[in-house]
Design a protein around this ligand. Structure first.
Ligand SMILES: *[C@@H]1O[C@H](CO)[C@@H](O)[C@H](O)[C@H]1NC(C)=O
Ligand SMILES: *[C@@H]1O[C@H](CO)[C@@H](O)[C@H](O)[C@H]1NC(C)=O
Length: 555
């Protein structure tokens, strides 16, 4: 590389002089130059000073910025992908060199401000280029803002499904480049924030329909401008991509009657990397496989894991959907009693600042403070004792398990180092919403509008009976039906629209004594044409019993 870069640079210069900068050979050389310069060790000769390198590279960077500006200014606002790459590469080189020249990174303002007359310097020029780009992006966002406001509020909600927004993602890419440069120029950073603030709606739309992109972490700084859906998409992009290739999946064959034990064995045997490539799951003596079965398994394991019988976790008394690790809690009552006792009574207890712990049959004494075993509890230090005791029970004793839990969580991120970014992007409530989904009543109108038919028509009396029957169910029964149909028990916080596909009802040719069946992977319910509302109701009732709604789908 050390050799290639100077040769390429010279070649580009000559080509530009002879063939002109519209020449296709020249353009491809310039593109190659940008990518070579970005490689490590490719500085144009170690002896060159950073400013020399910047001066040599800047004319080429100026050309590409010009192209990007023209693209953004056009009717379609489109910019070719290769131009974006080139822009990104040149900016990277320029910033690297600036950092060499000015190790603390940020340029003194008087070197590029308007008042300063040294308009010939590269510092001034790089600043001017960045500001022009920012101005053009601002104009684009303004146009997108108008686009958005012309949409009805219904369609605005499903931005993610509008292909047009995906073709505009380069605007986000250019914002990312500007953020990168804003580390050098304080006022670019300032104006960038201002532009984002002025165009929150299109910014959110772009972030919401972004695909995997490891360069978007900078948006964390502006998370206050993002809506829940945008923040959620930002962090979901941090997870490793699910693979479709069944060859590499971690395979599990699990007996329903030993669900937790066997699942636990399979998972603990697997390395984190194996879990990243996905799971393949089958229940013993059942045919069904695929994502629907996997969802069912996951739901059931979670339920089992958090069930009170397992005593691994205890539900919080005032919110049954939150849990803490079971530290085999010391009763509130005994603490209270100690605080109410008289001096003599306390002395009779002969307590010390320590606590006995029984784990798996053995007994261990834990000191609540240094030398705690030799400090007796008496009337004047009892409050301190209770404080330390509670801290020990609720914090110290589970810190190891909690650390493991956090580590496991980190392991499922594509890169555990991103854990900080992950939590940085989210508000606590966001995380709650993402994990908890919706436990509200199921919106039947929403359910119906996300259901399509095969063999039936929407106006068929069977379809009408079906929804009438659903309407007459309790919420819990509706949930069981949904689970039977899709292996989804709790809808995402945005309801049916948050699922990966519509739901389907297929007409089968089976007779009325057959129960409905399902293909949970495809959200497909196979429904025989029952002769009356009454029969429909009674057959659906049968599959909404807890023990039936699992383990019934085929595949
Ligand atoms: C969800 O809500 C239902 C009904 O309000 C309740 O019975 C159930 O326990 C809740 N589920 C969870 C996981 O909190
Ligand atoms: C209580 O115990 C502490 C520590 O042993 C001791 O310093 C203190 O004098 C005792 N107070 C009473 C009232 O016995």
């Amino acid at each position: 590389m050390l050799v290639t870069a100077p040769v390429l640079l010279e070649f580009c210069r000559l080509l530009a002089l002879t063939a002109g900068n519209k020449d296709s050979l020249y353009k491809s050389c310039r593109y190659t130059l940008a990518s070579v310069l970005c490689l490590p060790l490719s500085v144009l000769g170690a002896s060159k000073s950073p400013t020399k390198v910047i001066e040599q590279v800047l004319p080429f960077a100026r050309e590409i910025v010009e192209l990007v500006l023209n693209g953004l200014g056009s009717e379609t606002m489109l910019v070719p992908r290769t131009d974006l790459e080139e822009l990104s590469n040149f900016f990277k080189v320029l910033r690297q060199q600036v950092l060499l020249w000015m190790p603390d990174g940020s340029m003194p303002k008087n070197m590029y401000s308007r008042e300063c007359k040294r308009t010939d310097t590269w510092v001034w020029e790089l600043h001017e280029m960045s500001m022009n780009l920012l101005k053009r992006v601002d104009e684009c966002l303004k146009r997108l803002e108008m686009d958005l406001s012309s949409l009805s509020s219904d369609t605005r909600g499903v931005i993610e499904n509008q292909p047009i927004w995906v073709t505009r993602l380069h605007i986000l890419a250019i914002l990312t480049e500007l953020d990168f440069i804003s580390g050098i120029f304080e006022d670019v950073a300032h104006n960038l924030r201002f532009v984002l603030l002025a165009h929150k709606a299109p910014l959110n739309a772009l972030v919401r329909c972004s695909k995997r992109n490891e360069h978007l972490h900078w948006l964390m700084k502006h998370k206050d401008l993002l809506c829940f859906e945008a923040r959620r998409n930002l962090v979901l992009m941090l997870f490793s991509e699910g693979k479709d290739d069944y060859g590499e999946l971690h395979e599990m064959l699990i007996d329903r009657s030993r669900l937790l034990d066997e699942s636990f064995e399979y998972i603990t045997q697997a390395k984190p990397s194996e879990l990243h490539s996905g799971l393949f799951m089958e229940f013993k003596n059942e045919e069904a496989t695929g994502p629907g079965v996997l969802r069912e398994w996951f739901c059931m394991v979670s339920q089992a894991l958090f069930s009170p019988q397992q005593v691994l976790f205890l539900p919080c008394p005032n919110d049954q959907r939150r849990f803490y690790l079971n530290g085999n809690p010391f009763t509130y009552a005994s603490c209270k009693r100690i605080l109410e006792m008289g001096a003599a009574e306390i002395d009779d207890l002969t307590l010390t600042f320590s606590r006995d712990v029984h784990t798996l049959g053995s007994r261990k004494t834990i000191e609540l403070c240094k030398g705690g075993q030799d400090i007796s509890v008496n009337i004047s230090n009892r409050e301190h004792y209770i404080d330390l005791l509670i801290k020990n029970i609720f914090v110290d004793s589970i810190s190891e398990q909690l650390a493991n839990f956090a580590k496991g969580f980190g392991d499922i991120l594509a890169n555990p180092k991103l854990r900080e970014v992950f939590f940085g992007c989210l508000d606590l409530e966001d995380f709650d919403r993402m994990l908890g989904g919706s436990n509200n009543t199921i919106n039947l109108k929403d359910w119906r509008s996300h259901t399509q038919y095969n063999g039936y028509k929407e106006k068929d009396r069977h379809v009408n009976w079906f929804w009438k029957a659903v309407e007459s169910m309790t919420v819990e029964q509706q949930r069981q039906l949904l689970f039977f149909w899709t292996s989804v028990k709790y809808l995402p916080s945005e309801g049916f629209g948050g699922l990966s596909s519509k739901l389907y009802i297929y007409k089968t040719t089976e007779s009325a004594d057959h129960l409905p069946s399902s293909h949970t992977c495809f959200y497909r319910l196979c429904l025989p044409p029952y002769p009356s509302l009454k029969v429909m109701q009674s057959q659906l009732q049968k599959i909404t019993q807890e023990h039936v709604s699992c383990s019934f789908g085929t595949w």
